[in-house]
Design a protein around this ligand. Structure first.
Ligand code: CDP
Length: 280
């Protein structure tokens, strides 16, 4: 929410269409892939509009340093990082206040969804790397990380989608892009548990009336359902390939084993690599 003035109108004259052609309640194109990294226990890659985010999960595993261990449950340590080349102006590498805040809220969101009591004294480490940023990266990161957690087989209550709606030129719109985020009036990122409708994350930057906030939340609710289907589809796709490969292996006809007698006879017979001349 930079409050910067846009060079063009972000909401077109009809009041229903946005500068990028989307309807007010429309998401950007989203694609999700599960299991993209060989060395991670679980991983995912998300392209969301111009955002590109990679997530990797390790654990539950031993906690270092040990004093962070919780004897009653696992801790979830999320780390959100923006690559230097992910934004227009080179970002200084390393953690800053913004990435620390995002890491903290995502850690808290996942702590309440993972069955942490099942893994005392361990850590579940969640890494999110933003390769290209175009607004909504905390939501894209959380969405990717949730698929990576499921891919790692970490037991949790649900797969969590996240999305940010907001206000642009006095109109509430779903899933802000970079222009809308920079020149808009408000931004409301949410992570919503699909099964119960519980909110695991709700932030608000800017000013909204009560009705506008309710509309932004409603847009997020609807969009979260769409994102959640894509998350599940990504996991189904990965695991159906594995099943198919297994089926192919089991469906192959078993190799015929020569009976033991024939093997013994064959062992006694002289080795003839060429048929005898003149034929039989
Ligand atoms: O990405 P998200 O909307 O979750 O977080 P934000 O703090 O509202 O940032 C909005 C956008 O500003 C990011 O997605 C980036 O495109 C951009 N940004 C940037 O250009 N340089 C930074 N150091 C941080 C953010």
């Amino acid at each position: 929410m930079g409050g910067t003035q846009s060079e063009h109108k972000l909401i077109l004259e009809d009041g229903r269409t946005r500068y990028d052609g989307r309807a007010l309640d429309e998401l950007r194109p989203v694609s999700i892939q599960a299991g993209v990294l060989r060395r991670a226990d679980g991983s995912a890659y998300v392209e969301w509009g111009q955002n590109k985010v990679l997530a990797a999960v390790y654990g539950p595993r031993e906690v270092h340093p040990r004093h962070l261990q919780n004897p009653a449950r696992a801790i979830v340590q999320a780390r959100y990082n923006m690559a230097s080349f992910s934004v227009g102006e080179r970002k200084r590498p390393g953690p800053d206040r913004r990435s620390q805040e995002i890491s903290k809220i995502i850690s808290e969101a996942f702590t309440s969804v993972v069955f942490v009591e099942q893994f005392p004294r361990t850590t579940v480490d969640v890494y999110m790397e933003v390769l290209q940023a175009d607004a909504g990266t905390r939501c894209a990161g959380l969405t990717a990380a949730s698929v990576a957690l499921a891919d790692a087989g970490v037991p949790m209550r649900d797969i969590v989608p996240a999305v940010a709606s907001g206000k642009v030129e006095d109109v509430v719109v779903c899933d802000l892009n970079k222009d809308e985020d920079t020149c808009g009036q408000a931004d409301v990122p949410c992570a919503i548990l699909p099964r119960t409708g519980e909110f695991l994350l709700l932030q608000m930057d800017g000013h909204l009336t009560y009705d506008e906030l309710m509309r932004a939340i409603e847009y997020n609710r609807r969009a979260a359902k769409v994102i959640n289907e894509l998350q599940k589809e990504a996991l189904r796709k990965k695991y159906s390939i594995v099943t198919l490969q297994n089926n192919e292996i089991t469906e192959q006809p078993p190799q015929e084993q020569p009976p033991q007698e024939q093997l013994e006879k064959a062992a006694d017979a002289p080795v003839a690599s060429n048929p005898p001349e003149g034929g039989a």
